[in-house]
Ligand binder design. Sequence first.
Ligand SMILES: NC(=O)c1ccc[n+]([C@@H]2O[C@H](COP(=O)([O-])OP(=O)(O)OC[C@H]3O[C@@H](n4cnc5c(N)ncnc54)[C@H](O)[C@@H]3O)[C@@H](O)[C@H]2O)c1
Length: 341
Amino acid sequence: MSKYQVGIIGFGWVAEAHLEALKKVDQFKPYAILSGRQLNSMEFKEKYGVDVKIYNDIDKFLTDKNIDVVDICTPSFLHHEQTIAASNAGKHIILEKPIALSFKDSVKMLKTVRKNRTLTSICFEIRFISSAKAIKSIIDQGLIGEIYNGEVDYYHGIGPWYVNQKWESEKKNGGSSLLRAGCHALDMLLYLMDEKVEEVFTYGNTNPNPVYKNYDYDLNTVTLLKFKNGAIGKVSSNTDCMQPYVFNMNIVGSEGSVKNDLFHSKKIKGLNGWAKLDVDLIDSGDVLNHPYVEQFTHFAECLDKGIETTNNFESAFETHKVIFAADKSAELGRPVKLNEF
Ligand SMILES: NC(=O)c1ccc[n+]([C@@H]2O[C@H](COP(=O)([O-])OP(=O)(O)OC[C@H]3O[C@@H](n4cnc5c(N)ncnc54)[C@H](O)[C@@H]3O)[C@@H](O)[C@H]2O)c1
């Protein structure tokens, strides 16, 4: 039975995937859309099979008492002000990545959601794919021992053929390679390593192919990370490649390793080579294939219990702090310590 009525802000590419996922989670009911465009509720019903109230004014939308959860799917540069407004209006929040484009804005958001006790679900949905769950569980059970090396890499050519490129080609709107998309890989590395970062060092450049000539920031970065416990890591955030989508997870411990759907451990007797895990991999940049149903199901369970999600704002804030340090490192051409923030 539906318990939580959802109002979506910004109905573009990713919002369609959210809507389809929300329809599959019993506790959620898509109820309203706040759009920058003039949407027609009848046409919307014909196309998506749901009755929604269409708003064009954020104040009217946020004062609608029937909206329990606000789902923010707007361009990245709008996330901070809309999150603060929705939290202050007493709504719980689903928020697309990145949470914000500056550290300063993310701090303001953190203070607001803490003050209002807003329950949040940040769209690092890749955490909910079965391969990520299996790797996390293998690590947590100590099957690969003490983790001392981790690499998670994101390769996805996001060029002018994507609709959001109208706004994302400028740094003031897209932010950086990590903020536009590679944040999924960085978040996954931090989630799996489960350790604080001490320092990062990042290099960046852009594919010389002329299709990327209008972008005013580096679309490809490589970040090296030093963790507080001495472990090291690497994240490639390649958002301008000319190849099929690749999301690599490779975690190395004192007793074994996991590499996407492959696993090896000296703790398992009789295992000679890689053991294959029967899990789903993230192998597509198409948001309709992403595990939003699992993410939203977890959120609904947490709303029922009145508790924080594992992918809450606090945890996304920690990931973004590392991103802002990495982007600062690329800009300054030197390693940056997290305690500089
Ligand atoms: N988690 C993921 O894998 C993933 C994938 C794609 C996009 N995203 C994120 O989702 C967000 C949206 O990306 P997209 O690709 O859907 O972009 P998009 O351009 O397709 O959609 C954005 C929509 O917001 C609307 N909009 C703009 N300003 C508005 C306003 N003030 N009020 C209401 N609506 C407004 C636009 O009309 C558009 O329909 C971005 O932050 C992006 O980083 C995340």
